[in-house]
Structure formats: structure tokens, C-alpha cells
Unconditional design. Sequence first.
Length: 323
Amino acid sequence: MNIDMIRAAAQRIQGHARRTPILTSPFLDEIAGRRVFVKAECLQHTGSFKYRGGRSAVSALTDNALKTGVIAYSSGNHAQGVALAARQHGAPAVIIMPADAPTVKIENTKALGAEVVLYDRANEDRNVIGARLSEERGLTLIKPYDHPQVLAGQGTCGLEIAEDMNALEVTEADVAVCCGGGGLTSGIALALAADAPGLRVRPVEPEGFDDVARSLISGKIESNDRASGSLCDAIITPQPGDLTFPIMQAHCGPGIVVTEEECLRAVALAFERLRVVVEPGGAAALAAALFHPETFEGDAVIAVATGGNVDAAVFAQALETLS
């Protein structure tokens, strides 16, 4: 995995993935005590950065593989990214999703033409289900983060951050990234190491699911005790990926852990001050920037708002934190 693969992915997805904006607000700056730049990947196609990786992976397949179809597993955002990319290439898609995923994510994935297979993530192994269906139907598996072309696609977000921060003359800052398995985190880290070495990636995870933070401390892959049970469903994974962890070890600073309440407050503030809709897991990085200022250095922080696919009830719950 290297910067050349990320640059090649950028060429393949150009004109398809959106170049998402950097948003700012003096009100958020005041809360954080420094300048806050929000990379709004919640405005990406399908409502999250996952379309980048999905489009990158699907566009790299052979014609025969596209004809047979693809399979992926996801709590929703990778599902939608792969489903849309597959539809755009005329390829069948099977998506394995946890039964407790937000309804909006399940319905959106179906609406994009994918066959959705639900499973109980507390008692069933999605890897086993995916391997079985892949073998039975001859489908190409596109993993949500531990896949070179997916990681390359996510890294294109880092290329944009490097370019935009250079234009804004921000050459040294921490980049807070909502982190599950580490695909986006490691992809951005590789891109910044090449194009903006003064920008350091900081993985951000929800309390109780801080496997990456603990893995970076211990120097080996650590796993979570639970597989579900957080409003931050988008970034709940069993453990860092075999492909992503060494990259994060080499290029990331220490991990940051935020609470669900902080994520809900960040969702509300993103809506109130930036007028964007972010889901709790997608707001973890902003929560870190706003409510854990002591963990950052310098006069600026960049927070990646990774997704906006939130159920109405959870969004309403978040807005109640403003009162």
C-alpha cells in the first residue's frame, strides 16, 4: 500500500466522488480555543466518505468480476458506497448488514439496488457469512477497510485535505479522524505523510470501543469486548485491520476517546453552526476537537466529519442537547 495507489484511485474516482468542502465557524473556534476546520465528508455521495473506497474498489475490477458481482459487509455507510458504485458499473451487489443497523442505512442500501442480508452481530460472524456467500455465488469480496483499493480510495480524502490546508497556509496541525477499522484514518495518514507532513492524524473512537487507541499504546492489535451497543455504529469494529494498523502505527499520533454524549453535542453543534447533518459516529472527530482541546497542539485542528446517515430519532436526541 503506497501513495501511488492513492493517486491512481484519485484519477479513477475523479468526476464521480465529490470534492467535499472545508467548513469553519467562529463559534466552534471559540469552543475549541483554536481554529477548527471541518472536512465535510457527510456531504459525499451516499452521505459518507465510504463512497470513495467503494468507487475505487469497484472501478479496479475486471469486466468478468463486475459481471459476476460484488459482496460487502457493513453497518451501513460502506454498504451504500459499494452499492452505488456497483450500480454505476452495472454489477450485482450483495451487502451483509447487522440487523441493528440504523433503518435509514438498510433502506438506502436496498434502494440503491443491492440485495441486503441481515445478521446478528452479537452472535454471528459476518466474515463467515461473507466467505460462504462469496464462494457459493462467485462474488468478489470488498472489505470495508482491510482492502488495498478501498484504503486507496479513502486516502483521496487526505489528498484534498493536504491541498486545501496548503491553500489556507495551515502547514502544522492535528487531523482528527473518526476511526473504526482504520481505512480512512490510514488512507489519510499515508496521503498526508506524502503531501503535508506537518499534518498529523489522530484516530478518534467512542468510549468502550477504543481498540485502535489501545493498539497504538500496546504496539499490537487489540480487540473490543463488545461488538455492538453504541450510537456511533458507523465506527464500531472488532479490531484494527491487518493492513491498516501498521500504517497507523507508522504515521498516526495517539488515539483519542470521546463519549456518546460528546458526539451527540457535536452533531447538534454541526447542525447549529455549520448547517450540516452528521451522524454520531461521524461527529466523533469534531467532538474531540471541541471537547478535548488539551489533547491537541497548535492553533488549528482539522476534524473530518465522516458521515451523515442518522435516523431522525437519534438526530432529534442530539438536538435536545442544545436546550
